[in-house]
Design a protein around this ligand. Structure first.
Ligand code: DNO
Length: 358
């Protein structure tokens, strides 16, 4: 387990690299150029600057989350090749600063979706919440609610400039069925994977969050079968996964430990967190501890351990604790993610000790 922490960059995160150094076990920073919109060129000096900040504090720069994919690639427009060329240029540049894994997603229009950012939990903390009924409303209302809730923080995948064109975007996706979206993903992968093989960067697609289609938009990375199909379509190990237990865990039919055992050699990045799924399908994010939610996190860690997982891991979203909501990025506070790391490392260490397998 190579423990990492997602950091949004200097001046763009209330948490500093010096805070992160004090969390036991963190070896690498998961980073990005967060001011870039999908399809924009990443300049070498901008990349180098962030990489230098990270390495100067003794962290590795090996994981970038995300290099976002332009909608024209997902829709399959003729302009996609131009955007794929830019993506390839970014891959080549990132290789020069030691990047080994790029996390990305292929969700139309929205990245992860929630209907409330600060839903109170029984213990008085609050967390990201998803209510099915609220998704029947106009997407514009939901977007406004989320952007207002995020306050001064920009949210990756929720760029106000892009979402201002929401009607236009929905119209552009009108003919994009699941099948078409899948073909467009395979087209993209067939172009980029040879470059990834050459420069030794593994692509790690993030599953759809939540793990089902929303607002009538197709979503294609959400279950064992859809993942198997994607990995088979481009069989290179460089076409891999970010295995996110919080996203896939929104659907109780997904047997997460079994999926980890099946896909382990294609999982390059593990996002580990817990969600509590209610009977009506709504869900809320909870602490990393298995018994607090619907994801058996200890079993998840065990499945990685059994398979000799050496990839990158990060604690994923946490609750907002001790009054930190609105001072931190939604879902990305300091305290609950740090507690989450201690839980994950605690389970891992005890597995190493009891099995003798390091
Ligand atoms: C949520 C994150 C996602 C993830 C993207 C990957 O907090 O896990 O936003 O970064 O889907 O491109």
């Amino acid at each position: 387990m190579n423990m990492t922490w997602r950091w949004y960059g200097e001046g763009n995160d209330n948490i500093t690299l010096d805070h992160i150094r004090q969390i036991p076990g963190v070896m690498g920073i998961v980073w990005s150029l967060h001011h870039k919109v999908a399809g924009e060129v990443w300049e070498m000096d901008e990349i180098q600057k962030v990489a230098d900040q990270i390495t100067s504090k003794g962290f590795s720069t090996a994981v970038v989350e995300s290099v976002n994919v332009h909608d024209d690639i997902k829709i399959g427009l003729p302009t996609r090749d131009k955007y794929i060329d830019i993506y390839i240029d970014t891959i080549r540049k990132l290789a020069k600063v030691g990047v080994k894994v790029i996390c990305y997603n292929f969700m139309p229009i929205f990245d992860w979706t929630r209907t409330e950012l600060y839903k109170e939990l029984p213990d008085g903390s609050n967390a990201l919440f998803y209510e099915n009924m609220a998704i029947n409303e106009n997407p514009r209302d939901m977007v406004n609610r989320i952007l207002e809730g995020a306050g001064e923080f920009t949210m990756p995948g929720w760029e106000p400039e892009r979402l201002a064109r929401l009607d236009e975007l929905f119209a552009a996706y009108a003919d994009v069925t699941e099948e078409k979206l899948f073909e467009n993903l395979v087209y993209f992968l067939k172009r980029i994977i040879p470059v990834c093989e050459e420069v030794d960067i593994k692509m790690a697609i993030h599953p759809d969050d939540p793990a089902w289609p929303i607002f009538g938009l197709p979503r294609i990375v959400r279950s064992r079968d859809t993942i198997r199909r994607l990995l088979d379509a481009v069989a290179s190990p460089y076409n891999g996964l970010t295995f996110c237990t919080g996203s896939l865990g929104t659907n109780p039919k997904n047997d997460l430990p079994a999926m980890i055992r099946e896909f382990c050699n294609r999982i390059h990045f593990a996002h580990i967190r817990n969600v509590k799924v209610f009977e009506n399908g709504d869900f809320i994010e909870v602490s990393h501890r298995g018994r607090d939610g619907s994801v058996d996190v200890a079993e998840v860690v065990k499945a990685y351990h059994e398979n000799g997982f050496t990839g990158y891991v990060r604690p994923d979203h946490g609750r907002h604790l001790w009054g930190e909501e609105k001072t931190c990025r939604p879902g990305y506070g300091l305290y609950d993610r740090a507690l989450g790391i201690m839980y994950l490392l605690g389970v891992w260490d005890s597995l190493e000790n009891t099995t003798g397998v390091k």
